[in-house]
Design a protein around this ligand. Structure first.
Ligand SMILES: *[C@@H]1O[C@H](CO)[C@@H](O)[C@H](O)[C@H]1NC(C)=O
Ligand SMILES: *[C@@H]1O[C@H](CO)[C@@H](O)[C@H](O)[C@H]1NC(C)=O
Ligand SMILES: *[C@@H]1O[C@H](CO)[C@@H](O)[C@H](O)[C@H]1NC(C)=O
Ligand SMILES: *[C@@H]1O[C@H](CO)[C@@H](O)[C@H](O)[C@H]1NC(C)=O
Length: 744
């Protein structure tokens, strides 16, 4: 560092330029602009980014604020404590930007939660840290003494990588009597010096001499570089070579292959012999151009030595010198402009991704930040970026080749738990080049689904006399959410109906939904009831739904028929019926009346004559229970007749009861009386009687529902087929309240 640069080092901190990009939704990008001189010490403060972005301590804490690196070289560091932006390493503007007029470093700063991005531009200003330098060193000229006043000699140019006034501004020549200096400007603005003969030379008086050429830049103070000019005056008398063109302009495709011919320069010389033999050489050529191009000294053809890259250098300028055998020279300039080819596909970099995002994310939520760039220029470097249109996302262009991926519609994890979003970046070249990048985005669950029972109403059929604690039914609910949000707990709404908690009837396994009977049911007491079951998930808040389970008790054949008439007298004393001796065939003697507390088939009764004193004398209607004479009474028949009648229901297995009936044939009661009073203790019938007593029921008539008497035959009835419903449970499907027992 030459002295004097120090005072220009004070940071010129511009008021941050806050550009509010009006984008979709609430997301805005701000643009911060700083300007610093090059070559600042490592650790120098560039600015306080936190303050300029108006962020508070909470927002910058915990590494929330950081520079997005994207693998690029970092020139700055950001303090997580105070938000200061520091220089990370010495920045050499010339190394970074070469001769580009505006040199700036762009980078992005990201604040996490809420995620936002800020674009920061730090402009690097030139300081005069380079002196002009003659690249080719000292200059040797051989000048014919016959050269005319006004003849020019190219001296070549000095290089100063600084910018603007800090760069090369002028040339000065040491005082002498023969030459003056003319400073010219090339097409690209570079200055070069030309020596102009101002007085005829005379080799005999001064054969050689030395001049000092000084190149100056415009810094304050100016820096200089010098070169010595060795001039040898030669004795000659000839014509200098002449180029056919002063400037050769060539346009060359950047992808031209190695060895391709670029241009041919040509100079002619009107002399003869060796004085007309021309050889070509580069006289003023940047090192980088020298690497790329080859000049054939005889032919003057320039060919390509190495592959070119428009993205690296767009233009080459060089001078070619033609020298004849007598040492006379002529120069021409060759300017080669490269034509950009679309040889770079766009680059897509995922700068930041929030995955998973919850399925209830609002429309417009920022999902990812995508950086795209294309090294080509013009249309070849213009990029459009998009995603599949079928997805509920969209790309929104932010500044500086950044795109934001936002949600564009509500999400539903149950429908789509994962998205593969293909980002397509396409340039506008011909043909266009595209780059694809797939982003896999996970959607996380929110408890937004209630558990759902398979059916809103269930009917469970339970045969009565079930063991207490047996499982009778199972309900099942499902929940399309995941994990806790789908973990279902079953319960019975423990309401108290008619004074009894439902829990005394049923219980449910909270995990499996299996329903257990808490007691043995009795069809004759309760025919049906219904309960509400609830399924609740484990989300926060919990969601639940209901279903109704109707429990229908199925009848079992657990009740024997009960004979109401004839009623068995005390201690087996049977009733006597009197039959007129003159009774004709078909005379109705009496009717056995029986009931069965079961229902349906189980209560369908039939009647049989089990034993008779005189078989064939009486018959019984198997459905009606009516006992009739089968023929007229004959004198040989016993006056006293005993019948044992069996009443059987139609259950599986059937249950039955018997009753005995004593009949006396007589014309009147007086005649019958002696027969009745004479009671034989007939042990023959005793066994039947005991059978009857075993089946004798402690039967509560009050509990028999009025419609359960389908087995009950009435006096008048013809044979009545019992009405047996297909399903014994008669409850209607949408009854609101169950039947509860009146007595338990
Ligand atoms: C050029 O050099 C001469 C003598 O060498 C000096 O007098 C003159 O001031 C210089 N000009 C500039 C612009 O430096
Ligand atoms: C061409 O010029 C370079 C310097 O620019 C020199 O080193 C080289 O010898 C020259 N070649 C010829 C053939 O004159
Ligand atoms: C996304 O891509 C991955 C990898 O190719 C694949 O395994 C997955 O099934 C894809 N998901 C969807 C939703 O297409
Ligand atoms: C469940 O049933 C009760 C009463 O029947 C009702 O108040 C409640 O809203 C129901 N819950 C759901 C989720 O349907």
């Amino acid at each position: 560092m030459a002295g004097g640069g120090e005072n220009s080092r004070s940071v010129r901190r511009q008021v941050p330029l806050l550009l509010l990009f009006s984008l979709y939704g609430q997301i805005a990008s701000e643009h911060i602009h700083y300007s610093i001189p090059e070559e600042m010490e490592k650790g120098s403060i560039v600015g306080n980014l936190a303050k300029d972005l108006r962020l508070n301590n909470r927002e910058i804490g915990n590494g929330n604020l950081h520079i997005l690196s994207l693998g690029k070289k970092q020139y700055f560091t950001l303090s997580a404590e105070n938000g200061n932006l520091y220089v990370r390493e010495r920045i050499d503007r010339e190394e970074l930007c070469g001769q580009t007029a505006i040199c700036s470093i762009n980078f992005e700063v990201v604040v996490e939660s809420p995620m936002n991005i800020f674009h920061v531009t730090v402009e690097i200003q030139d300081i005069n840290d380079h002196a002009p330098r003659f690249v080719n060193g000292d200059i040797k000229l051989e000048i014919s003494e016959s050269s005319l006043k006004g003849t020019t000699f190219l001296l070549g140019q000095a290089e100063d990588p600084d910018l603007g006034v800090n760069s090369l501004q002028n040339y000065n020549l040491s005082t002498n009597q023969y030459f003056i200096l003319e400073v010219r400007e090339r097409k690209d603005g570079k200055k070069y010096a030309v020596l102009v003969l101002n007085k005829q030379l005379d080799r005999e008086s001064e054969g050689s001499f030395q001049l000092i050429l000084t190149a100056l830049d415009g810094g304050k103070p100016a820096k200089t570089g010098t070169a010595k000019i060795w001039i040898t005056v030669i004795d000659a008398n000839d014509n200098p070579p002449v180029f056919t063109q002063k400037v050769y302009t060539v346009k060359l495709k950047e992808n031209a292959p190695k060895g391709s011919s670029v241009v041919q320069v040509k100079a002619t010389d009107r002399d003869k012999g060796s004085y007309a033999q021309i050889s070509y050489n580069f006289s003023n050529i940047p090192e980088i151009a020298h690497q790329k191009f080859y000049l054939d000294p005889q032919e003057g053809t320039i060919t390509l030595k190495e592959a070119l890259d428009f993205e690296e250098i767009e233009e080459y300028a060089m001078a070619v010198e033609a020298r004849d055998g007598g040492g006379l020279v002529a120069q021409c300039n060759v300017e080669i402009s490269l034509l950009d080819e679309n040889d770079n596909a766009p680059e897509v970099i995922l700068a930041s991704l929030s995955s998973p995002i919850p399925e209830d994310s609002a429309v417009g939520t920022l999902v990812a930040l995508i950086n795209v760039n294309d090294r080509d220029s013009g249309d070849n470097g213009k990029i459009t970026c998009d995603i599949q249109h079928t997805l509920p996302f969209k790309m929104v262009s932010a500044s500086n080749n950044y795109y934001k991926l936002l949600t564009d519609a509500p999400l539903d994890r149950e429908r789509t738990p994962e998205y593969n979003i293909t980002v397509t970046a396409t340039d506008k070249g011909n043909p266009p080049l595209s780059t694809y990048k797939t982003i896999t985005l996970q959607i996380s669950d929110i408890n937004d689904n209630c558990p759902a029972f398979e059916k809103p109403y269930y009917t469970a059929y339970v045969p009565e006399n079930n063991p207490s604690g047996s499982s009778i039914f199972r309900v099942k609910a499902s929940d399309p959410d995941v994990d806790q949000n789908a973990q279902i707990t079953y319960s019975i709404r423990n309401s108290i109906t008619e004074g009894l908690p439902l829990s005394s009837f049923l219980s449910i396994n909270s995990e499996t939904g299996t329903i257990y009977a808490q007691r043995s049911f009795d069809y004759e007491q309760v025919r049906e009831f219904q309960v509400e079951v609830r399924a609740e998930d484990g989300g926060s808040p919990r969601l639940s739904s209901n279903a109704t389970v109707r429990v229908c008790i199925l009848d079992q054949n657990d009740q024997s028929p009960q004979i109401l008439y004839p009623s068995q007298g005390v201690e087996g004393s049977s009733l006597f019926e009197m039959v007129p001796r003159s009774a004709e065939e078909g005379y109705l003697v009496t009717k056995v009346v029986a009931v069965d507390a079961d229902s349906g088939h189980n209560a369908w009764l039939s009647y049989y004559l089990l034993q008779a004193t005189e078989p064939g004398l009486f018959s019984i209607g198997s459905h009606t229970g009516e006992i009739r004479t089968s023929r007229a009474f004959l004198e040989r028949d016993a006056v006293k007749q005993k019948l044992i009648i069996l009443v059987k229901d139609n259950g599986q297995p059937p249950l039955s009861a018997t009753v005995s009936l004593n009949l006396v044939f007589a014309e009147n009661f007086q005649e019958a009386l002696p027969e009745i009073s004479h009671q034989p203790s007939d042990s023959e019938y005793q066994s039947d009687l005991q059978f009857f007593l075993v089946l004798g029921l402690s039967f509560d008539l009050l509990l028999i529902p009025p419609d359960s008497d389908s087995g009950h035959s009435h006096e008048d009835s013809a044979i009545r087929e019992p009405q047996i419903p297909a399903v014994f449970c008669s409850c209607s499907p949408f009854k609101q309240h169950g039947h509860f027992p009146t007595k338990l």
